[in-house]
Design a binder for this molecule. Sequence first.
Ligand SMILES: [Zn+2]
Ligand SMILES: [Zn+2]
Length: 384
Amino acid sequence: MILQRYQSPEDRRPAWARVADPLIAAAAVTRFRNVTPNLLTSPFLQSWRVFLQSKALPGSLKTMLKVAMKYNTQCLPMTIDQDLRNAMPFWYHQGRRPETRAVYGDKWGVCQQSTHHLATTKQMVDHARKNDAPDHHETQDCDCYACYDDRLSGCTNPIECRKNAMKKLDSLALIWDPRSQHNPSPHRTTPNTTPIDGFIETWNSDSIRDGNPTYHIRVLVDWDAAEQRTRQMADIAPILLPAWDTNEVTVYTDGSCTLNGTASARAGSGIWYGQDDARNTALRIPGDMASNNVGELVAALASIQGNSRARYINIVSDSKYTIDTLTTLLPRWADEGFTNCKNVPILAAMYGEGWYTFSLGPSQLGQLGSTWINLAPPNRAKLT
Ligand SMILES: [Zn+2]
Ligand SMILES: [Zn+2]
């Protein structure tokens, strides 16, 4: 219920929900902070995540967000029309290609966010299209109204800034791109009044009459049902979902060290997928960091980084240090600013990968006492 009130459309939102927004944005997982907090509108509308262990986040909001995760709260529109495309927050758009995160904080990304205050996809399109204005000239000192205005706001090169915005828009799936006239989503002309098995919709889809994105956020009661529904959505809108190359990948990791604990220690990491698999890798750990734990940890980190387009990663490791780090310690250490732990650069990199919910998988394999660690992005995590 609290979640439902939090998700109310703008004119009906309670005052506390407005207070909650900046607190939630401030608790975004570090990797998503290359976008200014006021543009992190909602973790349900956009594809950024909240660091639930954050000390700055009040307990009541943590509970609300956990409930939201448990019930797979997400934006699943019945129909994607032009109003909705325009109104969607542009940054961390759910229909972007995953690799675009890297360009959000580039020089022009900062200008688009901080100078032009571009929040919605429509604002981004309008900015990009100023280069096509009839009175505009492709010269640095163009004195058309838009260029004059942009320079006055502090934009150092409006033409480049807009070209860059156009490029960033290209990262959107076609179905979400307001510039395309493409409309593969069948338009429902009658309201969907039949309840769908296993689903509770936070409000009746009858009310979905305009392009306000918050109308499309739904709470799904269990993951399997959500999966099913998401699959149905994928049939309607094949490119709506993040492009995972692989659903699940299993990787065996190991570290080794000779003369562990001495100045002449030499360490390495092994990443193994299977016999004669081209992805099998051995890594050498630089001398001053050489230890068995670092070897183990780097093997896990490399296997996470090597599978950024997998939906789930199973890491099989026999290192208690690695398993404890991934499943319980990492969020706490991050919260403490990595002041109470060793191997900080590796841990920080691991944390930066954003896979911050880890759970122990079935350990019945019993291979050399190895344990499976299932890694899943939290919005895909199966919580029990
Ligand atoms: Zn101009
Ligand atoms: Zn600019």
